[in-house]
Structure formats: C-alpha cells, structure tokens
Write a protein that binds this ligand. Structure first.
Ligand code: PA5
Length: 429
C-alpha cells in the first residue's frame, strides 16, 4: 500500500484556496476518466489496465527467462520515457552491488563517445568464467528515429554482428511503434524480434508496456505483480479518488501561490532512479505555456550536505515531496566499540535504518518549519507490489494536476526545439 500525507503542505494554504483547487482537481479527475480533455487520445496507459493482456505478459516473461538463462549482459538502449521507467523499477528492486541474473547496462541515453567506447571495451572483456560475454540488446524507441538511441544502436549492433554472426537476430529485441521509423525498416530487413509500443501510450507513461516490462522481467522482477498491482490501484482510484484528487489540488494550489519547484527526495539511494522517472513524468507533462513546477531530484541525507542550506533558508518558492519506505530492507546495526573513541557508542545497537529514519523525521520538521510545504508518500515495503501501485498513482496524479494547470499532460512540443537546432548544426537534410 502507498500512503500520501499532504497535511503539512495544506498548512500553507487557506481553506478557500484549498477548496477552489479541490473542486478544480475533482473536475480534472472527471476529465481524465471520461476522456473529455485535450490529449484524450493518449489515455492508453489507463485502457491497458482496464483490459490486461495476459498473453503479452506471458510472452515477455518467457522471453525474459530465456535471456536470463543465457545472457551475461542485457543492454537497454533508449532515452527518456524509453528507459527511465525500467531503470527506476530495476534500481529500486535490485541489490546495490552484484546482480541476480544478467548485468543490466544502459546505452542510447547520451551521446558521450567515451561512454560508448568504454561500454564496447567492457563487452569485449571475458565473463567470470573466462568466456566471451553473452550479450543481448533491447533497443527501445517509439519513434524509431531518436538520434541518441539510433546512434548507440548502430554501434552496438555492429559490434554484435561481428561477435555473434550466427544468432545475432535472436539477441536483438526491438520495442517500437507498430509502423514507421527507421527502426521498423531495420526490423524488416534483419528479422529482429519486435514488441510494439501502443500509439495511444506516450513514452513517459509506457513503463507498464513492453518498453519497461521486458527489461524489468530480465532483471528478475515479477512483472505480473507489478502490472496487476497497477490494475488494482486503477480500479481502487476510479472508485475512491479522494487521495489523488487531494494531492493534485494541493500541488495546483501551491503552484498558484507561487511555488515553482518541487524537490522529489528520498533517504534511500535505491529510489534515486524512481525520482528520475517521476521527474520526467511530471516535468515533461506540466512544463508548458510558462506553467508548472520544476521537478528537482535529491537523495538525502547525501544532498542535505549540498542542498540542505538552500532547502532551509533559500527562496521560499519550493515544495518538497518525500518518498519514504516504511519497512526498508534490513541493513547493518551500529556496533559497540571499546573505548568509544569516535563518541558514537550512544548509537550502539541501533540499526542504520532507524538512524536514517530519524534523519528523515528531523528534516521533515526542519524544512516544514522553515517554510517549505512538504508531502510524504510512504511505500510500506520496497517490492514489485508497491512500486506497481506507485506507478499508476503518479500517472493519474500527473494527468489530473496538468488538467488543473490547463495544459495537455501527454504531449511534449518543446522537446523538438533542441533537436531542430542540433540537426541544423549536424547538417541533416
Ligand atoms: O516521454 C517521451 O515521449 C520522451 O521522453 C521519449 O520517450 C524520448 O524522447 C524517446 O523517444 P523515442 O522513444 O521515440 O526514442
């Protein structure tokens, strides 16, 4: 279960401000579920939960098991909505060090020549048994034309064609639109395996399609639980939407009151990538027509030593969202030391999780009292079940909140501008 506590943020609003925003959010909720808003043709992320495709889940699971049985490395090649969701779930649910199953690596999310050079060199190195590495590649691009992804795909594909002349086609899996784009041409020419990204699901809403589900399954995470918990949340929130309406209302009212930054933070480094997914989901959806709150991501307590001062006493245009795990996985406990030379024996016997939680409680109090409206989102446990709920909850929240702002949640017209300038400089015809 996830719990959302907006009470500390509401303290910064008058009753009238909240009531106005609440009625707007209620209307926006109806706009989403009745498909009456602008951009309603991109609501496929809800429809697929209404009508789950079990055969697809089975197919993804079965391919993932085959890959897990054979691969040393699985490369996810994509950018933005084509990789952030998978990475968020995989990082949240995997160990920090080592890996259970193939090592998951990422490419196509930058254009650093050094990154790609080192990646190819790393692939060339032997595996732990001293054998050549067994590499699989999942290239993910809805448009099939994104430069970062396409360039990395070209280089890795070339490397793979030389290493695996006999079965390269089985090792490359493409996830793209049903038709169009250069990637579909390559699929036809080379007979690569293909999964389809539905046209009515935008990149940042696509983590529960093959875009996210194949890499997540290859990482050994139970995609059925993830998917079906999102389905349960969908059903629950359509019946009882008050939590999500209230949260959208608070964000909207705070924006109207001059808050222009939402700092998304957690005390667990494992949740950093989930913050990255949320950053894109919110940022690319709301940042339009001069509106929206800039979604910043921070990991505490690390970033309290760099951003803490600003959070406490900088301009009061911030709100803050804490992503908290109620029962984090067990960690180490502070040991008693003879002599107590570092003066830390007062913490002996206490778990690091407990100490970390006190740091959260202290920060929450200090920041709220320092004038920052704070929202606390608690996941009972860090597992596929709660992450599944979390994903749908925030997708719905984003849609409702954007309609409150009066912007279309599902497009991203501004992203084209940098591409136009870049292509001009690169001499693209
Ligand atoms: O959310 C989005 O739509 C974007 O972030 C895209 O996912 C990103 O630009 C990558 O696009 P594509 O999947 O077409 O390569």
């Amino acid at each position: 279960m996830i719990e959302v506590d907006v009470s500390r943020a509401k303290q910064f609003l008058t009753d009238a401000e909240f009531a106005d925003a609440h009625s707007q959010a209620k209307e926006s909720f109806s706009t989403v579920i009745n498909k009456t808003g602008k951009g309603a043709e991109w609501l496929g992320w809800r429809d697929m939960l209404e009508d789950p495709n079990d055969a697809k889940l089975e197919q993804l699971d079965s391919l993932a098991s085959d890959i897990r049985a054979d691969a040393d490395v699985f490369i996810v090649c994509g950018i933005g909505g084509s990789y952030l969701g998978a990475r968020a779930v995989i990082d949240a649910l995997s160990d920090f060090f080592g890996h259970n199953g193939p090592e998951i690596l990422y490419a196509g999310h930058n254009m650093s020549g050094k990154y790609l050079e080192e990646l190819l060199e790393y692939l060339d190195q032997s595996n732990e048994e001293g054998e050549p590495k067994s590499v699989y590649l999942n290239v993910i691009s809805k448009s099939g034309t994104t430069l970062e992804t396409a360039l990395s795909f070209r280089m890795i594909r070339n490397w793979m064609e030389q290493k695996y002349p006999d079965d390269v086609h089985d090792r490359i899996i493409c996830t793209t639109s049903a038709e169009g784009g250069a990637l579909n041409e390559l699929i036809k020419e080379n007979g690569y395996q293909k999964f389809v990204i539905p046209d009515d699901v935008g990149g940042r809403f696509s983590v529960l399609t093959p875009v996210g589900l194949l890499p997540i399954a290859v990482a050994g995470i139970d995609i059925r639980t993830l998917f079906y918990e999102a389905v349960s949340k969908y059903e629950e929130l359509d019946q009882n939407p008050e939590t999500v309406i209230e949260y959208a209302a608070v964000k909207y009212a705070l924006f109207e009151k001059g808050k222009t930054v939402d700092v998304l933070t957690s005390f667990e480094p494992q949740l950093r990538s989930l913050g990255g997914w949320l950053q894109q989901l919110l940022g690319e959806s709301e940042g339009k027509e001069g509106k929206g709150m800039f979604p910043a991501v921070a990991t505490y307590s690390t970033d309290l030593h760099s951003l803490g001062q600003f959070m406490q006493q900088g301009p009061r245009n911030l709100m803050e969202t804490f992503l908290i795990i109620d029962s984090p996985p067990n960690g180490v406990t502070v040991e008693e030391m003879d002599g107590d030379h570092d003066g830390l024996n007062y913490l002996s016997g206490r778990s690091f999780q407990d100490i970390n939680h006190r740091a959260f409680e202290g920060t929450l109090k200090a920041h709220t009292e320092g004038g920052v409206p704070t929202v606390v989102v608690t996941l009972n446990k860090l597992n596929a079940q709660h992450i599944g709920e979390f994903i749908y909850f925030y997708e719905l929240l984003t849609a409702i909140y954007c309609y409150c702002l009066g912007v279309i949640p599902f497009n991203q017209p501004g992203v084209e501008n940098y591409k136009r300038e870049m292509y001009k400089l690169l001499g693209k015809k």
